[in-house]
Design a protein around this ligand. Structure first.
Ligand code: ADP
Ligand code: ADP
Length: 226
């Protein structure tokens, strides 16, 4: 169970962008969170994936509050999450090829021996052939890069996926292809999904349940800038 309890978060304590939001995702469940641009969805998604520390409230993963994990390796904990963003991000190192970028989480966790089989299998699933795998991020399209990001997000078989406007930059056919990859992974692994976005048609079709930001107890308004 992934529980977000009364989360307040932002970038400056005086003007939080997420205020008192609570949301639960059951194991294997796909929850879509809908809200207008700028309301705080990405911030909440980053809190859920333990990438951004909330100012108040608690993230509870399978009954254990994330706060307690601070003294354990947060890096290990974060392997519980596969995270996808709107803007495909792979690495700051422009020399790495897509195959190496997909393999990176395996290398970082000491599982080098699994790399050839696992990268091959995932490349197949997301539709990247050997020629594309040998290219560098600046040599492929946004759609191809997002395919590589999805492969990398799945490489450690995470029990949770957090998708933040994963398909917002993609055309309809790439969107359908990537959603199908996520869904086939979820069917076989039982992974839960939190997908945030603004596209109601997409999220209602994709997810078991959709909730609107305004229903979560937080404020749907943009924070005051003054
Ligand atoms: P959404 O995903 O719903 O579009 P975000 O969580 O990206 O919303 O942004 C919510 C608010 O937080 C916006 O007003 C945005 O400008 C602000 N914000 C987002 N990221 C940062 C950041 N890194 N530093 C400061 N403010 C930010
Ligand atoms: P950023 O400003 O880059 O968003 P933060 O200052 O929010 O980063 O800190 C993120 C770090 O906080 C993460 O590296 C993680 O180790 C830790 N963290 C994230 N979520 C939690 C949490 N719920 N409880 C305790 N620590 C957390």
């Amino acid at each position: 169970m992934l529980e977000l309890c009364d989360i307040t978060a932002g970038y400056d304590r005086r003007t939080p962008v997420v205020r008192g939001i609570s949301l639960t995702v059951a194991p294997g469940e796909a929850v879509g969170l809908l809200g207008p641009s700028g309301c705080g969805k990405s911030t909440l998604a980053r809190v859920a994936a333990l990438l951004h520390r909330p100012d108040a409230g608690t993230v509870i993963l399978d009954g254990e509050p994330a706060r307690r994990w601070r003294h354990r390796a947060p890096r290990d904990l974060r392997t519980a999450f596969g995270v996808l963003f709107q803007q495909p991000r792979l690495s700051a190192d422009p020399r790495l090829r897509l195959a190496e970028l997909i393999a990176e989480p395996l290398r970082a966790t000491g599982r080098r021996r699994e790399i050839p089989a696992r990268v091959g299998e995932l490349a197949d699933r997301v539709g990247l052939g050997p020629e594309l795998l040998a290219r560098r991020p600046h040599e492929v399209s946004d759609g191809q890069l997002q395919r590589a990001c999805l492969a990398r997000a799945l490489v450690l078989r995470p029990p949770w996926l957090i998708c933040d406007e994963m398909t917002a930059m993609l055309d309809a056919s790439t969107t359908a292809a990537l959603v199908a990859v996520v869904e086939s992974y979820r069917r076989e692994s039982g992974a839960g999904l939190l997908a945030v976005g603004h596209d109601r048609t997409l999220l209602t079709r994709w997810c078991d349940r959709t909730v609107r930001w305004a229903e979560l107890g937080g404020s749907a308004e943009r924070p005051r800038t003054r």
